[in-house]
Design a protein around this ligand. Structure first.
Ligand SMILES: [Zn+2]
Length: 499
């Protein structure tokens, strides 16, 4: 297989040599968002673990960082994907029993009031599937202006092993609050619905200050830094601060046991379950991930990294400063593999963001490839890079063969929205597996020096931003001094035939 991949590589190299003068690809230069113009979320959340409900007061200071005036603002209401009667499915039918071991359960978000100190805003629950809060402004919000919006809301958690929901061991508070929709130049606000494929989320980096009150027996893992704890009878009030993070998540459990260590300026916490024998083993593995990615891509810019075992239907899930790893994974090597993947997302999703709904290959492909790089740089964990790439290639070819047999043809384009993949296996093979092959091929074509130098520049230049595929290609052109547009697009649009 390696040979076949190389054969392809040489063909590409010839093309690259012919066009080795960089041709600037036109793309829209985004406005640079000054640090003081990041959106700010201030939240007061009270959690009731008897009823599995929470009540929240959120004050969003929203900055118009676009060139257009806005008459309305839009917020995602992800919990409504879990409500009774939702059109979308939060898990594929294959995963239903694993997600809902106690049978179907529903959750939702109820918006009570939207206002600020001067006015009450008209609002409506909009979107294709009650997935959007539309807030009508009394006056247009012009570029560089900001507006403060207070939202009072109640949330009900479903009994589901998912990002949002509670299971036997953990309460997962992901996507529980209204979060501003990203405005894309030329396209408007991104308001698509939830989807069972992939991570249907897309957000801007913002600052968070959260006051969280819950039963004091619950241990809290969070995307921010806990700056203060105040005990009030049976409850604990946490003050949490998250700076320049893309989203905010918490995982709660009265069954957590934590192992911690400081690496340079970063505190790494591993949250396992009480009496787990592998707390330090998993902590040390996470530390190795952090060190490896720091040296390959650039330093992790936050003060904490939390790796959290939790009830989760899929292998793992990334949040800023926090990753969930499914307690359903019984094999230690598999558990570690998921840690390596999710921690890599801190670079490709957390710091460098993108529209994960429309271009999932961009973060998932690079993250999965980064996982391969982790094992290449840490041979003590016993996975061989060349064998991993060969297996990815074999798996991909098997997928193409089977899909051809079943359907008579196979669409191998990668740059599709989550709802444009017919099945979960199709999404996984084209986003992760083919993503790995794309990045391996790119590395082989450019050579290690150029490839890794470009990745470091990419990380630095797009830190705290959302990058488009066009900007990604332009960045690789710029630093490799090779026009890679045709090469990368041939992978994305399915022209490349991997034989
Ligand atoms: Zn991932």
């Amino acid at each position: 297989m390696k040979k076949l991949l190389f054969k392809y590589k040489y063909k590409i190299l010839i093309c690259l040599l012919i066009v080795s003068i960089v041709v600037a690809i036109p793309f829209t230069v985004k406005r640079t968002v000054a640090e003081e113009n990041l959106n700010n979320y201030q939240m007061e959340i009270t959690f009731d673990n008897q009823n599995m409900t929470l009540s929240g007061k959120e004050t969003v200071t929203y900055f118009n960082n676009s060139d257009n005036a806005f008459s309305s603002l839009y917020f995602h209401l992800y919990p409504n994907a879990f409500r009774e009667g939702a059109n979308v499915k939060v898990v594929s039918s294959n995963n239903f029993d694993k997600a809902y071991p106690n049978g179907i359960s529903f959750g939702s978000i109820d918006i009570k009031n939207v206002y600020n100190d001067n006015q009450v805003f008209k609002f409506k629950i909009a979107g294709e599937d009650q997935n959007i809060l539309q807030v009508d402004l009394l006056e247009d919000l012009y570029p560089d202006e900001n507006v403060e919006i207070k939202i009072d809301f109640d949330v009900k958690l479903p009994n589901v092993n998912h990002r949002f929901g509670f299971g036997e061991n953990t309460i997962n508070l992901g996507n529980f609050y209204p979060i501003a929709c990203v405005y894309e130049d030329g396209k408007g606000f991104f308001t698509k619905t939830y989807h069972s494929n992939g991570d249907p989320f897309y957000s801007d980096v913002a600052n968070y200050e959260v006051e969280f009150k819950c039963n004091k027996d619950l241990i809290v893992a969070t995307s921010g830094i806990i700056t203060n704890k105040l005990e009030e009878e049976n409850e604990m009030v946490y003050s949490i601060k998250g700076e320049k993070i893309r989203d905010f998540c918490m995982v709660l459990s009265n069954n957590f046991e934590k192992a911690s260590a400081k690496v340079d300026n970063v505190t790494v916490n591993y949250f396992g379950y009480v009496s787990d024998a592998d707390l330090n083993e998993n902590l040390n593995f996470a530390i190795d991930c952090l060190k490896t990615y720091n040296s390959l891509f650039g330093d992790y810019p936050y003060k904490e990294l939390n790796v959290v075992k939790s009830n989760f239907v899929h292998g793992g899930m990334e949040w800023p400063n926090l990753v969930m790893i499914s307690d359903d994974i019984t094999k230690s090597e598999d558990f570690k593999y998921v840690i390596a993947h999710e921690v890599a997302h801190q670079w490709w999703y957390g710091v460098v963001g993108n529209n994960q709904y429309d271009h999932a290959w961009l973060d998932e492909g690079l993250t999965e490839y980064s996982t391969y790089l982790f094992y290449q740089n840490n041979p003590k964990y016993g996975l061989n890079y060349e064998e991993m790439v060969k297996n990815a290639c074999d798996n991909y070819k098997f997928f193409v063969k089977i899909y051809n047999q079943i359907n008579g043809n196979v669409d191998t384009s990668m740059d599709r929205a989550l709802n444009e993949f017919d099945t979960e296996p199709e999404y996984v093979h084209l986003t992760y597996t083919k993503g790995v092959l794309l990045f391996d091929s790119l590395r082989q074509s450019l050579g290690n020096n150029k490839f890794f130098k470009t990745l470091k520049n990419y990380f630095e230049d797009f830190a705290y931003k959302n990058v488009s595929p066009e900007e990604f290609i332009a960045e690789f052109n710029k630093y490799s001094k090779v026009n890679l547009e045709e090469f990368i697009n041939s992978w994305l649009n399915g022209e490349v035939v991997i034989t």
